[in-house]
Design a protein around this ligand. Structure first.
Ligand code: NPW
Ligand code: ADP
Ligand code: K
Length: 482
């Protein structure tokens, strides 16, 4: 599991450790890790051109000490000082002693950035508030234009470390070297898009429980169910899928395709698209009446393509009161706004940003700009586990617990119907006995992995059915050791 901690906890942990260590130890550890990464990226340090963007805090100090280490190995290092009178004095002395230069003329610095092999962004780190200020923004733009690599110190300056919100201009990094632990803003979009490849340099701090966590490949084997000797199709769990309509039969087929690739022993389809479903998947049990009469299931998936007619309203009331976990997606989410039935078991909602916005009474752009805050708010307000789809899919519980962020996926997943496959898959895992939190995050992981397998490298358009077809391979991949 990859974990991210709140800035306040990082600061407390840093203070606790610093009381036990000689002054400057943590900064030296950070700078050494940073310099090692830069050296690796440069290949040959001697004769390379390195520009440091240095702000007024310790983030700039890290950049200066790392610059000093590179200068000692023969790099030409110049620091552009954004706040000359407040630049970290020890770092500045170290850089000068190693033969590096410091400039305060930011126009001259911009010209140096154009020709740099590596630009180190030490403008601001976890002490940053708001977007980049006016003097720093042109330097960030120059680094973006430059052919050299931009390496962010701790996090790209201008992104909010705790939330991933990007309120103004920000540095776009190719690589981020972060210290001690990940910061939530590095893993959640839009901030994650600015971070590039993230490398963690341990500095010995112990910041306690995380606020965010991402499943790692090695976590999957422990979470995915494996049938035992005594398993039969009912013991493995039956998932009921209420999806599709005469108008949208495809949604039923796609949700069922996802459900069949999950861990349930059987899939029971309920709705008017049974013919289309059975033609494609003869193994599915079908039922044309309401869900209450369909036979036993261990979890329901309801919503994709069901519309908002009276049958759909009746169906959502029935499944919410059924006593088994329910996943609500797509049209089902709109119906949830009017239903008065209290869920009788775990509830997992799988909105995209637009659907989450509608449930919260805000707009899509607001949700996309502050995904972490909105997923938490929706989980609290609806007393449900919420899986917010999109790039960096998030899964939040209604009770205080780290939010899960999905590390797999590709922009090619943004294709019609891929969400239906995801809801079927997650519902199947719910039926197999996973909690809503595990079912949602494991499904998102496998779904993203399947999409990557289907799209290949460097990537090409894929359909939702391609994603479903790639799920068994993704599952095998996920449980293969090492
Ligand atoms: N914690 C740890 O374990 C370790 C932390 N370490 C390092 O320390 C870093 C944190 O250092 P920090 O606390 O000095 O804050 P930092 O991020 O440099 O910036 C604060 C200054 O920036 C300014 N400023 C604010 N917003 C701004 C903006 N938008 N645009 C421009 N400027 C802005 C603000 O100044 P003012 O508002 O007064 O002008 C303030 O003085 C951390 O990220 C890591 O790199 C490591 O060395 C080792 C262990
Ligand atoms: N930019 C993106 N990067 C990665 N994945 C994305 C992106 N946009 C959407 N997705 C994923 O694609 C799927 C789309 O689901 P959804 O919006 O419900 O579409 P549909 O309703 O057509 O099935 C979700 O799994 C979502 O997380
Ligand atoms: K930075």
């Amino acid at each position: 599991m990859r974990r991210a901690h709140a800035v306040a906890d990082v600061r407390d942990a840093e203070a606790a450790l610093m009381r036990r260590l000689p002054e400057g130890t943590l900064m030296r550890r950070a700078a050494a890790g940073l310099a090692a990464t830069c050296a690796g990226l440069l290949g040959r340090v001697y004769g390379s051109r390195v520009v440091l963007l240095v702000g007024s805090g310790d983030n700039g100090g890290d950049a200066l000490y790392a610059g000093a280490l590179l200068a000692r190995r023969g790099a030409g290092v110049t620091a552009a000082l954004l706040a000359p009178e407040r630049a970290h004095p020890g770092g500045l002395d170290a850089l000068r002693a190693a033969g590096g230069l410091a400039v305060t003329d930011l126009a001259a610095a911009t010209r140096l950035i154009d020709r740099a092999d590596v630009v180190l962004d030490g403008i601001v780190g976890i002490g940053g508030k708001g977007g980049l200020r006016d003097d720093a923004a042109p330097l960030a733009a120059a680094a973006d234009r430059s052919a050299g690599l931009t390496v962010a110190v701790d996090l790209p300056s201008g992104i909010d470390p705790d939330t991933g919100e990007v309120p103004g201009a920000a540095v776009r990094a190719d690589v981020t070297v972060t210290f001690g632990t990940h910061k939530p803003g590095l893993l959640v979009d839009p901030g994650a898009r600015y971070a590039g490849a993230v490398r963690l340099v341990p500095i010995g701090i112990d910041p306690g429980p995380p606020v965010l966590e991402a499943l790692h490949h090695s976590d999957l084997a422990g979470l995915l169910p494996v049938p035992g000797e005594l398993s039969d199709k009912y013991r493995r769990g039956v998932v009921g899928v209420v999806a599709g309509s005469a108008r949208y039969p495809g949604a039923a087929v796609l949700a069922v395709a996802g459900a069949l690739a999950g861990a349930a022993g059987a899939v029971r389809y309920v709705g008017p698209a049974a013919d289309a479903v059975v033609r494609r998947f003869p193994e599915v049990l079908v039922h044309a009446g309401p869900p209450a009469d369909a036979g036993r299931v261990q979890a329901w998936v309801i919503g994709p393509g069901i519309g908002d007619g009276s049958g759909a309203r009746e169906a959502i009331a029935q499944v919410l009161g059924s006593g088994v976990p329910v996943l609500v997606d797509a049209d089902g989410l709109a119906l949830l706004r009017d239903t008065t039935v209290e869920p009788s078991a775990e509830l997992l909602l799988t909105p995209h940003a637009g659907e989450a916005a509608a449930l919260l009474g805000t707009d899509r752009a607001a949700v996309e700009a502050a995904r972490l805050a909105h997923v938490r708010e929706l989980a609290r307000a609806r007393r449900a586990t919420v899986l917010l789809k999109g790039s960096t899919t998030l899964v939040a519980d209604p009770v205080p617990a780290p939010v899960r962020v999905n590390p797999t996926g590709t922009g090619w997943l943004a294709t019609a119907g891929s969400g239906d496959v995801l809801s079927g898959l997650a519902g199947s895992l719910l039926a197999a006995g996973l909690t809503a939190r595990d079912a949602g995050s494991v499904a998102a992981y496998l779904h993203g992995l399947a999409a990557r397998r289907a799209t290949g490298v460097p990537g090409a358009p894929i359909t939702a059915m391609d994603v479903a077809a790639a799920l068994p391979g993704a599952w095998r991949d996920a449980v293969t050791p090492g």
